[in-house]
Design a protein around this ligand. Structure first.
Ligand SMILES: Nc1nc2c(ncn2[C@@H]2O[C@H](COP(=O)(O)OP(=O)(O)OP(=O)(O)O)[C@@H](O)[C@H]2O)c(=O)[nH]1
Length: 343
């Protein structure tokens, strides 16, 4: 048995930043390297695993995509994550490199810590933590504190870090990173790119490489092989949650909306966009069944920006169901959202 530890890359980044796009790119450009993927999502329905399985990439057969849906990896380390990793490295054709896509709301540090668990410590290492940043969302101030609300809160409780839970997650992800991808560069001009990069560097005290990317397209030879051994270097990665045993996700919620088959997907997507804007929904994703089409339509919404494409044919025996995961700050008006999407 080889004594070499299997390198693992943890891909973190807020909801919709481009993590799955990055994984897809790496899998498609693996140059024969045997890769495996562990995907975790916040919602109850796994969409990202579906997308990756739909790629049909030879170097990453379907059984090498392990989905850990329904929960948050950083909170289910013992029950889900460590066993999943053990099972992957215990296979006769164990992967040469493992990519771990955390949910957009997960804090990466508990996951890095898990690599020190005795069951796996001698067999795996964190080759690098890569944070994918949604450039336009940063530029739009998505992760910034509201100065007035913050001042009001500080007046009551001096210990509070931020009034915006999005900012805490975003900063924790950056603070843990060995490499940062400033993604969606195609949607920003040069000056805004520079501003966003400055914002990022203001959060991160260490010298970390920041690369501007489109669709997460970064060369696997740049991304893989960072050799960070992050699990041995936890002090360099501060977190807003360092004093907590466990953190909760009460700040965010998700639910699933079922829609009927449609003959007019454009109209459905327009409705999704309007609803996302009206209810400040952070993320919507899922598949639509379109009348007369053998393919399912993958629909992705990040804030009010939507994209759709046919991804694969509905399989024989698979129900043609239109289902979308909706994720937002806690307190979403589920009834109103469901009603707005149904009409
Ligand atoms: N214009 C543009 N769109 C992008 C880029 N990268 C990703 N997207 C789109 O953004 C949406 C979200 O991308 P994903 O790769 O699914 O993001 P994610 O981080 O995996 O999302 P979650 O797993 O839900 O947190 C999709 O519609 C992508 O096509 C980019 O560089 N430019």
């Amino acid at each position: 048995m080889s004594l070499r530890k299997v390198p693992c890359t943890i891909v973190t980044g807020f909801l919709g930043a481009g993590k799955t796009s990055l994984l897809r790119h790496v899998l498609q450009n693996a140059d024969g390297r045997r890769l495996a993927v562990i995907v975790n999502e916040f919602g109850d329905v796994g969409i990202d695993g579906e997308i990756l399985k739909g790629c049909g990439i030879a170097s990453c057969p379907e059984e090498n995509v392990v989905e850990l849906a329904n929960g948050c990896l950083c909170c289910t380390v013992a029950d889900d994550f460590v066993p999943a990793l053990e099972s992957l490295i215990g296979r006769p054709d164990a992967p040469e490199h493992i990519l771990i896509e955390t949910s957009g709301l997960a804090l990466p540090k508990p996951l890095v810590k898990a690599f020190n668990w005795p069951a796996i410590a001698s067999r795996v290492t964190v080759d690098g933590v890569v944070a994918v940043v949604d450039g336009p969302a940063v530029a739009a101030g998505r992760f910034a504190d509201d100065p007035e609300a913050l001042a009001a809160q500080r007046a009551e409780d001096a210990s509070l870090d931020h009034d915006n839970p999005l900012e805490e997650v975003y900063e924790d992800q950056l603070l843990c990173a060995d490499m940062i991808l400033l993604n969606k560069a195609d949607l920003l001009d040069e000056a805004t790119l520079d501003t966003v990069e400055r914002d990022i560097r203001a959060v991160v005290p260490r010298a970390v490489k920041v690369l501007a990317t489109r669709n997460g397209a970064v060369e696997p030879r740049i991304l893989l092989g960072l050799g960070a051994a992050a699990e041995a270097d936890l002090e360099a990665r501060p977190s807003h949650h360092d004093d907590e045993e466990e953190h909760d996700h009460d700040d965010f919620e998700s639910f699933v909306v079922e829609l009927p088959e449609t003959a007019d997907p454009e109209a459905v997507v327009a409705r999704l966009r309007r609803t996302a804007e009206a209810h400040d929904i952070l993320r919507m994703k899922g598949f639509l069944a379109v009348a007369g089409k053998p393919m399912r339509l993958l629909v992705q919404g990040v804030g009010a920006r939507f994209q759709q494409q046919f991804d694969r044919a509905w399989a024989a025996g698979e129900a043609r169901r239109s289902r979308l995961v909706v994720i937002g700050r806690s307190g979403l008006d589920r009834a109103a959202i469901a009603a707005a999407l149904a009409t």
